[in-house]
Design a protein around this ligand. Sequence first.
Ligand code: SF4
Length: 455
Amino acid sequence: MSPPAEPPSQPYSYVRRELVEPDWRRLPGWKDVTETQWRDAQWQRVHCVRNARQLRLVMGALLTEAFYEDLAADRRRYATMSILLPPQMLNVMAVHAPLEPEAFTAAFLVDPVRRYMLPVASDRDPRWPSHPHAQRDSLHEAEMWAVEGLTHRYPTKVLAELVSTCPQYCGHCTRMDLVGQSTSQVTKHRLALRPAERQDQILGYLRRTPSVRDVVVSGGDVANVPWAQLESFVMRLLAIDSVRDVRLASKSLAGLPQHWLQPPVVEGLERIARTALRRGVNLAIHTHVNHAQSVTPLVAEAARTALAVGVRDVRNQGVLMRGVNATPDDLLDLSFALQDEAGIMPYYFYMCDLIPHAEHWRVAVWEAQELQHAIMGYLPGYATPRIVCDVPYVGKRWVHQVTEYDRELGISYWTKNYRTPIELDDPQALEQRFPYYDPLSTLDETGRKWWSGPL
Ligand code: SF4
């Protein structure tokens, strides 16, 4: 009798992995940095890497000259965001790389976190670095400002941009139009009102618009709003009877978790959470983690501290990017690290938006649909992330909601079930189809030829 056949293995093998804080002392510039310094938010902010010179100070001889030339070429030709890397973020890159220049550089180049936080020219698509329809402010948020910094796109929800800076800058930032310092490619727009005036106008609009029940308090990153100012804004928000959901948006929960562990911040968060609970408002923190490597014990500690002081949920809104996380294993590894080890709900993955110089990161709608299919059934339903496409003039759509799809030209068409405030008088708005474009490198020869001609 032949032995029983081995059961076929699963496409994804779940293994529980303990979180580890990579040892920062492996990097020459931080060999004497103590644990107390590392846990200090101020030390992290002061020691952020902002340019190649500062990167050299941290890396010593670990990166080759060719890497720095690649980085400089990107700064000249493509970069839409300035460099700002807290030590915490830099430390999760190339964690297991041999400490020898050629091998370290090779590992650094393929590192998924490096690929989006510190892009180099050789990452970009050589033929079509930008899609012909790529745009600054590709989601047209400023067009939908009810008052400066307050995007009113959905009937019941708004996005309040309190600040246009972050403790870290991501290469693919969808608000590249406004967020951060100008680069050689992009002169940033500036918020004109003083912060206090802008906040008053935002609150005034919300008081006179009771149909809005859900406010995302964002930026930029709320970690760059002085705490007293943020607390005062959120408390005034919580006093508006019609506001039922408040979400604080902060990538720094993962990029600079030390910020969220500072006693004045934790105590302030507890005051806000208690007030929210008393008023029956759902208070959540939304963060932005794109790879399991970024989920370290400090990140878990920051998330669990927020939950312990009464924040109802901490959720992740990652961005789906080729070379970073666009495989079923990467998405599931990240989701399990968040869900099992950090108490962060894997909530969404957004397709990378149609901004300039992002073609190498973007994936096609059909690829996103395949990924959504591949990640179903492993996590609990409530923690299975939805992959969404933020369609210009429409808003978030689950990737399977596409109405029509021309695969040859890579154009998908989407409809919506609500009017944005800029089309309230348009009787056709709900009949209209809105296009979204796949990256041209994913098309076959016919499609690429079509896009090479006059548009
Ligand atoms: S943290 Fe968010 S707003 Fe800031 S640069 Fe990154 S993606 Fe943009």
